[in-house]
Design a protein around this ligand. Structure first.
Ligand SMILES: [Zn+2]
Length: 86
C-alpha cells in the first residue's frame, strides 16, 4: 500500500484519508445485508487498504501495531482462546 499509494495519501493527510476509511466501512456495513461473498471480499479489501493508508501517513507500522497488541492472544485476558465475558 505504501509503495503504491503513499505519494497520494500523504497529500491527503490522515484526516482526509480517514474520511475515505469511514466511507468504506459504511459500504462494508451495507454489504453485510446481502450474501454476495465476492462483493464482501471487495469491501473488506477496501477497508483494509484505507486503514493501511492512514497508518502509512502517520508512519505507523500497522503489522507491528497489530502483533504487539494481538499476537495470538487476547489483550484483555491474555489467553490464546479468549475467555472474556461479553
Ligand atoms: Zn479475552
Amino acid at each position: 500500500m505504501k509503495r503504491v499509494y503513499f505519494h497520494r495519501d500523504s497529500k491527503r493527510e490522515a484526516e482526509g484519508t480517514y474520511d475515505w476509511l469511514v466511507d468504506e466501512v459504511k459500504e462494508l456495513g451495507e454489504d453485510l445485508k446481502n450474501e454476495d461473498k465476492e462483493s464482501l471480499e471487495d469491501e473488506f479489501a477496501d477497508v483494509l487498504a484505507w486503514l493501511a493508508s492512514i497508518a502509512n501517513v502517520l508512519n505507523i507500522d500497522l503489522q507491528k501495531a497489530a502483533l504487539t497488541k494481538y499476537n495470538n492472544r487476547c489483550p484483555k485476558c491474555g489467553q490464546a482462546r479468549c475467555i472474556c465475558s461479553f
